[in-house]
Design a protein. Structure first.
Length: 217
């Protein structure tokens, strides 16, 4: 048994769980998964057995409990510095943290009207007020970071890191809702979807029997 547990929700629907899971994988942390199906009877009480916030994801590492995706990322970056989850340059790291925090707190319209649903396709859905503004801003972030910082690899700052984990659920949303992207954004989106850990998560999502009606249109 590993010294760490990661408490997550459904792999098909839980975008925040995906972020933390990708970060933990990128860090090289050995962990056991505790998957609690969301929106089922008693699920909130079950989550509270692990998380003081009553939300997923939650990382339990030895005696420490960390219950927010971005905080989990920061903890992993400090605990596993050789994984280089943030860019090494101070200025680059500041930008990566800025766009990660923007993803963490923003894009409400996109979240509400284009929920993560990896195994489904809804090309005609989700075009509600505010969604295109969110899409345009995300596309601008991706272009700017790729153009300025991405020369070392296919991700926003070259190598896969926390910032890419933060945007990975957006890549699945853009695929699910068939969002039109430019060449740079599409190449980055494809790199995320083809990342080996992302593919492993998506394969598991395809096999899940649970359904959350509110994300199924």
């Amino acid at each position: 048994m590993a010294d760490a547990k990661l408490v997550i929700g459904n792999k098909n629907y839980s975008s925040w769980s995906l972020r933390a899971w990708l970060m933990a994988k990128a860090a090289g942390l050995a962990f056991d998964e505790v998957l609690i199906p969301l929106d089922e009877a008693g699920y909130k009480a079950e989550i509270r057995k692990h998380s003081p916030s009553g939300r997923v994801p939650t990382l339990i590492h030895n005696d420490l409990v960390v219950w927010d995706s971005l905080a989990i990322g920061e903890y992993l970056a400090e605990s596993f510095p050789n994984a280089r989850l943030w860019p090494t340059e101070t200025s680059d790291r500041a930008v990566a943290r800025s766009v990660s925090a923007e993803m963490h707190s923003g894009f409400e319209a996109l979240r509400r009207h284009m929920p993560m649903n990896i195994r489904s396709r809804f090309p005609e859905e989700g075009r509600k007020p505010g969604v295109q503004d969110d899409i345009n801003r995300i596309k601008a972030i991706w272009r700017s970071c790729r153009d300025r910082y991405g020369a070392g690899g296919p991700f926003l700052f070259g190598d896969f890191g926390i910032v890419d984990a933060m945007f990975a659920p957006v890549a699945t949303r853009f695929q699910t809702f068939q969002v039109d992207l430019g060449e740079t954004e599409q190449a980055y989106c494809d790199a995320l979807l083809k990342w080996h850990d992302m593919k492993a998560w998506a394969d598991a999502a395809e096999d899940e029997p649970m359904i959350i009606d509110s994300a199924e249109f």
